[in-house]
Design a protein around this ligand. Structure first.
Ligand code: ACO
Ligand code: OAA
Length: 373
């Protein structure tokens, strides 16, 4: 059953065209350029999916090898950017760090012509993990890490820099899956931000910087961090149930549940949930995964609300030793592909996005001189 889409928040209004993805077309599915996300997550590496989204087709092995080589060669950070990152305090939010990092990159390596849109996007894909980890390790551990690793994937590059050692096969695979699931999602809030910015013929770094700001909020990408804060406060499944019932009674929003478009489920949830379960077994977890499952059961039973993509990402990332405040930046490392592809699509058939407002203010009135107010 499709969700009734009407009311505030531009819900249900077609705001433009896209050939990049379909969200909830039959009530629940998700496709990227016609491919089911489930199949992509099962068979592909993230770089293949980034290539698909950005360049329009799934790469051949030769195309993929060459693309990965190119991305690998772009991991380094300019000295001036490193200096900026070193000045950002340890208690800053990494999403703010990434927003600044992206903006600074735009100053140093600006998109001076739209002919460079593919190149500047690849550069961001390659170096966003470097920006996050360089700042994180410098501000938290006092070390200046080498960001130019030879890792075979973006996910492995990230985990290697974060933990100071190469990830195992399971963790690298989960990163592929996670980055694939987060890559693209039609006209969600952050992508729409990027498209509005693009419609003024602004540059790619401005579009992405704005999108990072939109993704940061807890109603959007920030929900994975908020979900983690919640589940780690529960000591057992029973405790989780008790607390959730209280939150529902108090009409609190529970992060990681519900969706603006999907009506019955978010197709990304069952995929990341399976990987979270595998990771739970791998680390011998007996609390976080059962707590998460109980939260899912309670929300469905009480409210018919289902987990969105963010909920089981929280436990999955936690099991891989990723600090909670880096969860949403990982989303950025992935969604950058969708944002950039939408910017390119907008540019290819552009009209400035400028909706109208329904005026609810005062009727026309005279200005009283300041001495008489
Ligand atoms: C990757 C992503 O960005 S996915 C989204 C991540 N965000 C979250 O997880 C934040 C929590 N979820 C929410 O805030 C919302 O479900 C959103 C923002 C995702 C969607 O918002 P909307 O489209 O406005 O929600 P929707 O219209 O379906 O809400 C219907 C009702 O369910 C309630 N509801 C929806 N989600 C939740 C929730 N997570 N917890 C409690 N109640 C909820 C709403 O308050 C609303 O109740 P009302 O009719 O009494 O006002
Ligand atoms: O589509 C949305 O509104 C939010 C979402 O799930 C996403 O951006 O991945």
């Amino acid at each position: 059953m499709a969700k009734v889409l009407s009311g505030a928040g531009l819900r249900g209004q077609v705001a433009g065209k896209t050939a990049l993805s379909t969200v909830g077309k039959s009530g629940s599915g998700l496709t990227y350029r016609g491919y089911d996300v489930k199949e992509l997550a099962e068979h592909c590496e993230f770089e293949e999916v980034a290539y698909l989204i950005l360049k329009g087709h799934l790469p051949t092995q030769a195309e993929l090898d060459s693309y990965k080589g190119e991305l690998r060669s772009m991991r380094g950070l300019p000295q001036a950017l490193k200096e900026v990152l070193e000045r950002i305090p340890a208690d800053a939010h990494p999403m703010d760090v990434l927003r600044t990092g992206c903006s600074m990159l735009g100053n140093l390596e600006g998109e001076t012509s739209f002919d460079l849109q593919g190149k500047v996007t690849d550069r961001m894909l390659a170096c966003f993990p470097s920006i996050i980890c360089y700042w994180y390790r410098f501000s938290h551990d006092g070390v200046r890490i080498d960001v130019e690793t030879d890792d075979n994937s973006i996910g492995a590059h990230f985990l290697h820099m974060l933990h100071g050692k190469k990830p195992n096969e399971l963790h690298e695979r989960v990163m592929h899956v996670s980055l694939i699931l987060y890559a693209e999602h039609e006209f969600n809030a952050s992508t729409f931000t990027a498209r509005v910015c693009a419609s003024t013929l602004s540059d790619m770094h401005s579009c992405v910087t704005g999108a990072i700001g939109s993704l940061r909020g807890p109603l959007h990408g920030g929900a994975n961090e908020a979900a983690m804060d919640m589940i780690e406060s529960f000591t057992s499944a029973e405790h989780a149930e008790q607390e959730m019932m209280g939150m529902l009674e108090r009409k609190e929003k529970i992060m990681g549940f519900g969706h603006a478009i999907y009506s019955e489920c978010d197709p990304r949830n069952e995929i990341i949930k399976q990987w979270s379960e595998k990771l739970a077994k791998d680390v011998g977890d007996t609390v976080l995964y059962p707590v998460s499952v109980r939260c899912e059961e309670v929300m469905w039973r009480e409210k018919k609300l289902f987990c969105n993509a963010d909920f089981f990402h929280a436990s999955a990332y936690n099991f891989m030793g990723i600090p909670t405040k880096l969860f949403t930046p990982i989303f950025v490392m992935s969604r950058l592909t969708g944002w950039a592809a939408h910017v390119m699509e907008q540019r290819a058939d552009n009209r400035i996005i400028r909706p109208s407002a329904e005026y609810t203010g005062e009727e026309l009135r005279p200005v009283t001189p300041i001495s008489a107010r």
